[in-house]
Write a protein that binds this ligand. Sequence first.
Ligand SMILES: [Fe+2]
Ligand SMILES: [Fe+2]
Length: 317
Amino acid sequence: MPGSFPAAYPLAQPLSPATSRLRAEFGDSAASHPSQYRIECVSEVTAGHNVMGIRETSAKHEEGGMVTVDDLMAFLNDFMGDVGDNDPHMANGLQVRGRQEVETLATGVSASLRLFEEAVARNADALLVHHGMNLPPGMLLDTIFTQRLRFLLEHDLSLIAYHYLLDSHPEIGHNVQIIKGLGAQPTEPYGEGGWGWYGEFETPVALDQLLAECEQLLGQVRASYPFGPLQVHRLVALSGKGAPGHAEMEGLIRDKVDLYITGEPHEWNRELFREAGISFFAGGHYNTEKLGVLALGEVIRDRFDVEVEFLDLPNET
Ligand SMILES: [Fe+2]
Ligand SMILES: [Fe+2]
């Protein structure tokens, strides 16, 4: 169904290394109650990101249904990694500071007044999104920005945004989640800045089957151009507005990419992909960018004893 998500959303892989290691080391009950175990970030770095692991594996969790916004941000800034100069669009991290204690964290794809109102209606203390506040160039606080900021400040609601870092993250990022959700292994970051990922299937998978699985995973495939090999070995995922232009096609041909998955198609994509002999699926900007938010919400729920609720506000993109 367009825009809706299954209640029991099937995450691509075990939710995090922490959860899978809990299961391996302490059994299913530990993995089902991870908040009773202490999970710390270790400094293992993959593709520029810190990847979470377990340092003190058996200590009881110290938090009791609440976390301070400073502790949450210390964890998230470490876990999500360093944005560097990769995101000219918006700040990644705590964009607006609200109340100090976070008992309920709402999550969503895109900041808007409507999403903020939904968060306040659920008594959320903080809201985590992929598309945060686009500060207008030159820090001009225009009408829409001012309305949104006023609402956040009036309700003491923190706004946390991970834009580039949620596209590129090697564990919970949208693109890695798409690749793992289809049963492939992410192999290396794709594109300038590494916003997307390459993935490979150990054994090639039929294109028809991948289309059906993509529809299941993303809720829709709004454009599908089946111009590549019938058996897919290598794919690229670049969520949201990640459809390529002419300049990117040569690299996809050179790298023997069989299938390209993105959110929004460009007008010129069908003929470019036909001529390149590569297949193309566009699953929608919104739907391809829910996955990382959902996966990061699970990581936070595992790490801190807080309520995490995803606010689904689908749109036609
Ligand atoms: Fe994105
Ligand atoms: Fe996006």
